[in-house]
Design a protein around this ligand. Structure first.
Ligand code: PLP
Length: 410
């Protein structure tokens, strides 16, 4: 008889976003005709850049003729896209990488969930708390934790790096030895960005302990203050101890198109590896489980990285950054304490009067008709916060803030 992977049964409750959808739907059914303003999910809303669309249309034209048709692409992703990424890192962040270190994927979420397959079943995992839920859930499913503890809202065996007001939402490395460390900067959900010095401390820790940092830079294009690093590979020593995941979703609006990348340097090492081994293992993993990202998406991705395409995508980022500013100012004007939103599309707002995240979610929905994301869904340290997303039409963001100003009594 087949049995199930029992680790799935350890997963805590429903995934955050389905629960938000459930509560929102239930509220809407009780209040038909009232329009709800959604600042919850990090889903892009604005049109793709014209240069990106032109490149994708051109690719479709090529596919429509036998002479120019192409099927499966290069193993690690189309070479011209990996070359474009090499140039992008070099020109923008002065980071030297080789095209053989890039792996193109259908987005950072799959890579964030799958990357743990490279490491031992008994690896001890540390995550920023709060963090993007995929890092935790994928390791729970892989069996690296005990059960979920309903009293402290933690999985046993996991190391939570508390990110709160006391450390500006950027934690220090753990006191104990861990094997894998997930870092995300700019952070989802807190919007905090790690400085060079803070990342250097993590790199030094990882080198000393032979740990691996899994660095998610999906929001790097949202950094407005140039002193902050955009890539872990700006930090000396990181090539030996870090993997970077990133995405075209939030920079080029590819949430529906689907495209991302992972960088595994040849020098990356951990217990028992030789040079290049982790890179080869990921290649093997991808060739076994994945057949490449859409070639249409890859054409669009390359167009987003240079010339007109890059300028247009920067304008797209600027659009959401303006939303973030309106949100931050709007929430602060009613007396809420807000963080993030400057180098990030997310504003991290403290709940008023000690309300829990879900209580404040319900209050904002009920009184202001605005949907946000309860911070507790991102980990125990997210309690008493909500994440407000700048992904939405500007006019809707303005209306949401007007509604909050008019209707929120705290
Ligand atoms: N990483 C972080 C931190 C995210 O917030 C998200 C999406 O919200 C992703 C990765 C997923 O990106 P993608 O759309 O490329 O799968």
């Amino acid at each position: 008889m087949a049995t199930v992977n029992k680790n799935f049964l350890k997963l805590n409750g429903g995934y955050l976003f389905p629960e938000i959808a459930r509560r929102t739907k239930a509220w809407q059914e009780r209040h038909p005709g009232v329009s709800i303003m959604r600042l919850g999910i990090g889903n892009t809303t604005e049109a793709l850049s014209p240069a990106v669309c032109a490149a994708m249309k051109q690719k479709i034209d090529k596919l429509s003729s036998r002479e120019t048709y192409s099927g499966y692409g290069d193993e690690q992703g189309d070479t011209y896209l990996r070359d474009a990424l090499v140039t992008y890192y070099k020109e923008h962040w002065k980071v030297e990488l080789r095209n053989t270190e890039f792996f193109i994927s259908d987005g950072a979420k799959s890579d964030a969930a799958n990357i743990q397959q490279l490491f031992g079943e008994d690896a001890v995992v540390a995550v920023q708390d709060p963090s993007y839920p995929v890092y935790v859930d994928s390791n729970v499913i892989a069996g690296r934790t005990g059960s979920y503890d309903e009293t402290d809202f933690c999985y046993q065996g996991f190391v939570y790096l508390k990110s709160d007001l006391s450390n500006g939402f950027v934690p220090a490395p753990p006191k104990e030895k861990v094997d894998l460390i997930y870092l995300c900067s700019p952070n989802n959900p807190t919007g905090a960005v790690a400085s060079r010095e803070q990342l250097k401390v993590f790199v030094d820790y990882a080198l000393a302990n032979k740990s691996v940092i899994i660095f998610d830079s999906a929001y790097s294009e949202y950094i407005t203050e140039s002193k902050y690093p955009h890539s872990i590979f700006e930090i000396e020593g990181s090539r030996k101890c870090a993997i970077e995941l990133s995405s075209f979703s939030k920079f080029a609006g590819f949430t529906g198109v689907r495209l991302g990348w992972t960088i595994i340097p040849h020098e990356l090492e951990c217990e028992g590896t030789e040079e290049g081994m982790l890179n080869r293992m990921w290649n093997r993993r991808q060739c076994t489980f994945f057949n490449g990202a859409s070639n249409i998406a890859q054409a669009g991705g390359a167009a987003s990285l240079s010339g007109e395409g890059y300028k247009e995508c920067r304008a797209l980022v600027g659009y959401y950054q303006r939303n973030a500013k309106v949100i931050k100012e709007g929430l602060e004007s009613v007396g809420l304490s807000c963080y993030g939103g400057i180098n990030s599309p997310y504003v991290w707002a403290q709940t008023p009067s000690g309300l829990t995240s879900w209580e404040f979610f319900d209050l904002l929905l009920d009184k202001c008709h605005v949907v946000v994301t309860p911070g507790s869904g991102f980990g125990p340290s997210g309690e008493h916060y909500v994440r407000v997303s700048s992904y939405g039409h500007f006019e809707d963001v303005v209306s949401a803030m007007e509604s909050i100003r008019r209707n929120l009594v705290i």
